[in-house]
Design a protein around this ligand. Structure first.
Ligand code: GTP
Ligand code: MG
Length: 202
């Protein structure tokens, strides 16, 4: 279990509600229903973010301060690609996410969650292209690997990597259900943040 303590410090429905920049931020992005809020809860070991089987649950940007070895914020973003919402509503969400990702100096890393059963779909590829055009560091993380038989996972991962995804490191396979990869992802965050803090302090 995690020894990280965490608290929700801000819920933003519009950019003027973003908290002041301070601690480095790791933002969790991905399609609606991919498991962003679930993985965030697994990482901090608390049911802090709201989870739902209905896509489109998270509508605001939620900032969770994490008191780890080096303090940082985990940022739960609303999902994209949820067709059942009106176009206006989808546009509002997209603009909110873009305003956050484009202007945020304290943004250290985007963690792009992709459902391991489906791999990168069209709008996932669009997000990856957009993020790399903005020069924002991004790690690809697969979710819901518990749905795929253990013996098949490595082969699927190799296939996805070879088909050209963008990630600053080898993608991590996770499950919020059985906690596969959660410890590995925590360790990745800590070593990444240590290097990030060195970079920005010097
Ligand atoms: N089997 C399995 N189900 C998962 C996993 N992670 C999430 N789920 C389920 O997937 C559904 C969506 O999870 P959320 O965490 O709410 O997804 P989200 O990406 O935050 O969704 P939005 O806020 O709508 O964008 C819920 O029913 C979760 O229980 C996982 O690792 N394994
Ligand atoms: Mg959510």
């Amino acid at each position: 279990m995690s020894s990280w303590k965490s608290s929700l410090i801000c819920t933003a429905f519009e950019p003027r509600q973003f908290p002041p920049e301070g601690f480095p931020e790791i933002a969790i992005a991905g399609r609606s229903n991919v498991g962003k809020s679930s993985l965030l809860n697994a990482l901090i070991g608390q049911k802090a973010a709201h989870v739902s089987s209905k896509p489109g649950k998270t509508r605001s940007i939620n900032f969770f301060k994490v008191d780890a070895e080096s303090p940082f914020c985990l940022v739960d973003l609303p999902g994209y690609g949820f067709a059942a919402r009106s176009k206006t509503e989808q546009d509002t969400w997209r603009k909110l996410i873009e305003r956050y990702l484009i202007n945020r100096n304290s943004l250290a890393l985007i963690v792009h969650l992709v459902d391991f059963r489906h791999g990168l779909l069209k709008n996932d590829k669009e997000l990856q292209d957009w993020v790399s055009a903005m020069d924002i560091p991004m790690l690809t993380v697969f979710t819901k690997v518990d749905k795929i038989a253990r013996g098949k996972r490595k082969g699927d991962l190799v296939k996805y990597v070879k088909s050209g995804l963008r990630s600053i490191d080898m993608p991590i396979m996770t499950s919020a259900e059985d906690k596969t990869g959660v410890e590995e992802l925590r360790a990745f965050f800590l070593s990444y943040l240590a290097e990030w803090n060195d970079l920005v302090e010097n």
